[in-house]
Design a binder for this molecule. Structure first.
Ligand code: GLU
Length: 482
């Protein structure tokens, strides 16, 4: 893609406490698009619903996104010349444009009480009609409006949706969408508490912040016709729109808590690596295009490859098995020292002596192939910390008590006794000596040793285990079965 420095995109969350997978994807797609085009990525906090406000939510959001490598060019932290970036600090702006809309007769005052509106809705339901505001205040005379205002009757300001027209727009992902204005509600723009609704504030800010591309979840697509009417009424250009597909469970239902609609922080806490999470989430609805088999991309590669044209229009399935597979691949290939640093908290509660970095690292590298996520570490450390190997399975006991096994153990012990520090390499030499001396080879040689040292038929690479256990423990365990 040719660089287009005029591109301005925004992530516009309502700060309700945490980022879930869906909003992380929206933030990521905006970030990638900005980086791909050389444009600007803007963070705008949509906090006009004061009842949903959560203390510390914005700091937390910025921190979590930053941790994942998603940052902004303008926003509450960076500032910028299109601020303020909190909607709650822009109330006067909304009021001004709302007055413009009133002036242009594209909006009107409405004075119905909640009870009246409730009755209206119930009647419509009874009659099997679409529930929407019936427009009864559209034609109040100026005098009537003035009188009500003077009396101090509470009011809202509503969008005057034109009758018998069609709103049409072309979404970059979903294609052409048309809708009859007769089924569009006269949306409230300004609430009785003086706060704007999402629709009003969102349109005004996207315009004033010079947003060129609106990239957000498909669930917002039904709001677009109302937004277009507001843009048109104010004489503004409509930004390009790209509505990214819903995230679905494997059974194609809307993403549920159990599957993935949980806080991104929870994923990080479970030990999903941020690189894996970003890689996985980028591919929820996007792919690099035909002929590209590779599924592993760093943030930098994603920024190079991310095109809106490659975002699919149908739902994107969140498959936790795929996430686990991907995370496991990242864990297996991660820089050992960095992986150790990330893993240390997960060794808590195991008997591994984490003050010995070298020892802990060896254990980690031995078990990492088994880890889908780092919180599985404790399940795999027991073989390195146990003082006694217990085998209950009679079949295994039989193997370990066989004559050849005992011969192998005796020879191995005598080979090891002369060793000073037992390493994986030395073990490999010694076990081939044992093979030469005893004539026992293959499974009959390796399996009993593994059983005697770990109690299990399979597990990490045996020479690594031997090195980690150390000479003393290895000899002690082997002696148990002689
Ligand atoms: N505040 C909306 C949200 O919470 C923003 C939707 C949009 O991007 O227009 O997602």
């Amino acid at each position: 893609m040719t660089k287009n420095n005029n591109v301005r995109v925004r992530f516009a969350p309502s700060p309700t406490g945490y980022i879930h997978i869906g909003s992380l994807r929206t933030a990521l797609f905006n970030f990638l698009y900005a980086r791909n085009t050389g444009g600007k990525n803007i963070l705008r906090i949509e906090d006009t619903d004061q009842s949903r406000k959560v203390d510390g939510a914005v700091d937390n959001l910025i921190k979590s996104l930053g941790l994942l490598g998603i940052d902004f060019d303008e926003g509450p932290a960076q500032g910028g010349d299109k601020g303020p970036y909190y909607q709650s600090e822009r109330l006067a702006i909304y009021r001004k444009y709302c007055d413009d809309l009133l002036e242009k007769k594209a909006a009107y005052y409405a004075f119905e009480t909640p009870e009246v509106l409730d009755e209206m809705r119930k009647l419509q339901q009874l009659e099997g009609r679409q529930t929407m505001y019936d427009g009864r205040a559209r034609d109040l005379s100026e005098e009537e409006v003035k009188e009500n205002l003077n009396k101090g009757i509470p009011y809202v300001i509503r969008l005057k949706v034109p009758k018998d027209e069609e709103v049409k727009f072309e979404d970059l992902i979903k294609g052409v969408i048309k809708i009859e204005t007769n089924i569009i509600d006269d949306q409230i723009l300004l609430k009785s508490d003086g706060f704007p609704t999402y629709h009003l504030a969102n349109v005004i800010d996207d315009h004033l912040m010079e947003i060129t591309h609106i990239i957000r979840g498909e669930e917002w697509i039904t709001s677009v016709p109302k937004h277009i009417l507001i843009y048109k009424a104010l004489g503004w250009d409509v930004p390009a729109m790209a509505h990214v597909p819903l995230i679905l469970n494997p059974d194609k239902t809307k993403l549920s808590k159990r599957q993935g609609d949980v806080a991104v922080e929870d994923y990080l806490n479970k030990g999903y690596l941020k690189e894996a999470l970003i890689n996985f989430i980028a591919m929820l609805g996007w792919n690099p295009g035909e002929g590209e088999e590779n599924e592993f991309f760093s943030m930098e590669e994603l920024s190079e490859k991310f095109l809106l044209e490659k975002v699919q229009s149908s739902g994107a399935v969140f498959n936790v098995d795929k996430l686990n597979w991907m995370n496991n691949s990242y864990i297996k290939n991660y820089d050992p020292d960095k992986l150790l640093e990330l893993s240390l908290p997960y060794f808590k509660g195991t008997d591994v002596d984490v003050t010995d970095n070298d020892h802990t690292k060896k254990i980690l590298l031995a078990i990492r192939v088994y880890l889908n996520k780092l919180d599985e570490i404790p399940e795999h450390t027991k073989i390195f910390t146990q003082d006694k190997v217990v085998i209950e399975d009679v079949n295994l006991l039989e193997i370990i008590k066989a004559d050849t096994s005992v011969t192998v153990f005796k020879e191995l012990i005598s080979q090891l006794e002369s060793v000073e520090t037992l390493t994986a390499e030395i073990y490999k030499d010694k076990i081939s000596e044992v093979q030469k001396v005893t004539g026992v080879k293959g499974k009959l040689l390796f399996k009993p040793v593994r059983l005697a040292l770990t109690g299990s038929e399979n597990g990490p690479d045996l020479p690594s285990i031997v090195e980690i256990l150390g000479k003393e423990k290895v000899i002690k365990f082997l002696k148990e079965y002689i």
